[in-house]
Design a protein around this ligand. Structure first.
Ligand code: PGA
Length: 242
C-alpha cells in the first residue's frame, strides 16, 4: 500500500482532491464514493473550489453514497444523503441522475441493496472509493463483525457509532439503530481506494487497521487485502503510531 503522510488536514484534503480529479481526468464518467463525517469536509471544499475555477470536471461522474440510516430517505434532513447534498452535491451541481443514494428506506431492503450493487456494476464498478475510518474501525458503516465478503446490506450499529452519530447531529434526533451500508467486498473491488484519516484520536485505530492482521473486529483492516490499490492519505497527527 502507499501511505502518504502529509503535514496537515488541509494538505490531506488537497491530496484527496487530486486523486478525485486525476480519476475523472482519466475517466470522466467514473463511479466514485465519497464519505460523510467531519474528515471529508476539507476535500469537499477543495473540490467545490476547483469546480468553480474550471479545474475539475464533475459533470459526468457517478456518486455512489456509502451509507444511510435505515428508513431514512434521501430528502430527510437528518440523513447522511441529505447531508451530502448540502455539503457537496448541491454546491458542485451534480444532477439527480449522477447520484445513487443508498436505498435504506425501501420496503424490501435486501432487494434494494442488490439493485444498488447491480446499478454500480452496470456503470463499471467503483473506479475510486474515497473512505474514512470510524473510531471503532468501521469503513462506511461496516461495523466490527463485518466480514471481508460482505455486500451492501442493512446492519445494526454499535453503541459507539450511535453515540458518534448522536453527537454529530447535536442530539437533535434519535439516530436509527440500523443502517444500510455498501459492503466490504464491494469496496475492495474498487480500482483505487483512498483512505483519508486525520487527527491523533484516530492514530491507534489506524495502526490496528494497517499494521495488525486483517480481522472483522477492525473492518478497516480488510483494506490490506487491496494493498496494491490502496493509498492511505494521513496527516502527521494520525500517522504517529504507524
Ligand atoms: P469522521 O467519521 O470523519 O467524522 O471522523 C469517520 C467515520 O465514522 O467513518
Amino acid at each position: 500500500m502507499i501511505i502518504t503522510v502529509v503535514p496537515s488536514y488541509s494538505s490531506m484534503s488537497e491530496k484527496a482532491a487530486d486523486r478525485v480529479a486525476d480519476t475523472l481526468a482519466a475517466r470522466p464518467d467514473s463511479a466514485i464514493t465519497l464519505p460523510t463525517g467531519n474528515t471529508p469536509l476539507g476535500l469537499f471544499k477543495e473540490l467545490i473550489d476547483r469546480k468553480d475555477h474550471g479545474l475539475v470536471d464533475l459533470s459526468r461522474m457517478h456518486l455512489f453514497c456509502l451509507d444511510e440510516y435505515a428508513g431514512v430517505t434521501s430528502t430527510d434532513p437528518h440523513g447522511l444523503t441529505s447531508w451530502l447534498y448540502q455539503e457537496f452535491i448541491r454546491p458542485v451541481g451534480l444532477r439527480e441522475e449522477q447520484v445513487h443514494p443508498m436505498p435504506s428506506a425501501a420496503d424490501d431492503p435486501d432487494a434494494a441493496a442488490a439493485l444498488y450493487e447491480a446499478d454500480l456494476k452496470a456503470l463499471g464498478g467503483l473506479e475510486l472509493a474515497v473512505i474514512g475510518l470510524g473510531p471503532n474501525g468501521h469503513i462506511a458503516y461496516n461495523e466490527p463483525g463485518s466480514e471481508r465478503d460482505s455486500r451492501t446490506r442493512v446492519l445494526t450499529l454499535t453503541q459507539e457509532s450511535l453515540d458518534q452519530a448522536a453527537a454529530y447531529w447535536h442530539n437533535t434526533w434519535t439516530v436509527p439503530r440500523q443502517a444500510m451500508t455498501i459492503g466490504v467486498a464491494t469496496l475492495l473491488e474498487a480500482r483505487k481506494i483512498v483512505l483519508i484519516v486525520s487527527g491523533a484520536s484516530k492514530g491507534d485505530i489506524l495502526r490496528r487497521a494497517l499494521r495488525e492482521d486483517p480481522t472483522a473486529d477492525v473492518p478497516g483492516s480488510w483494506l490490506q487485502l487491496a494493498a496494491d490499490r490502496l493509498e492511505v492519505i494521513v496527516d502527521e497527527a494520525a500517522a504517529q503510531l504507524l
